[in-house]
Design a protein around this ligand. Sequence first.
Ligand code: PEP
Length: 246
Amino acid sequence: MRRKLVVGNWKLHGSRAGNAPLLAALAAARPFACDVAVCVPFPYLGDVAAAWSGGELLWGAQDCSAHEQGAYTGEVAAAMLADFGCRFAIVGHSERRQFHHESDPLVADKAKAALARGVTPIVCVGESLAQREAGQTEEVVKRQLSVVIHTLGHCAGEMVVAYEPVWAIGTGRTASPEQAQAVHAVLRAQLQAATGHGERMRILYGGSVKADNAAALFAQPDIDGGLIGGASLKAAEFIAICRAAG
Ligand code: PEP
């Protein structure tokens, strides 16, 4: 039985003053029947660690350098994330692929660097609207994932995968539960064939998940929780999504 996981992706949002009540509201809503995490901008990691350490709530970052250390201005290494108690690092989010031109091999190297420091990579894959309309969804997500599987080798079973159709992120347009389940089943079969651990690995869905559509998505057999953007910034909405996973 896979325990569900709901991860908030704050993206480029937040302030120290505004984060505190959000973190406090989530802590006050415990216990949850699923694992709950937030991936916050780097400068806030210390505040989340201070607010939540010792409890059941988890946190992480939205990116991770592929490098261990060195002359890479602006980068943040996995070891630094581990220093702040990060359990997760999102890698390969479509916004990074689009705006920072991150390639499949770079995403795979970031996932490897995270795992090497005990930080679980949440590896995002997903097709664009044009690719879906051209019938290329399966081919695109399998290609994205296969590069990561190959790079991680025998550690591939340790990652979390997030299926995030690009056309559903921040658009209010969600994949139907059936559309999402179909892709999740493809990804699980790929993970099972490649690693032998597909049945125990968690595959999250992301893309305009809200309190009112979460339960139907999470009820699908291969959807093990969600990666939540906009709705993770509102305490009541995010808590309702977490409850829908439980
Ligand atoms: C995301 O940022 O990963 C995401 C899924 O965003 P949203 O929930 O806002 O679509």
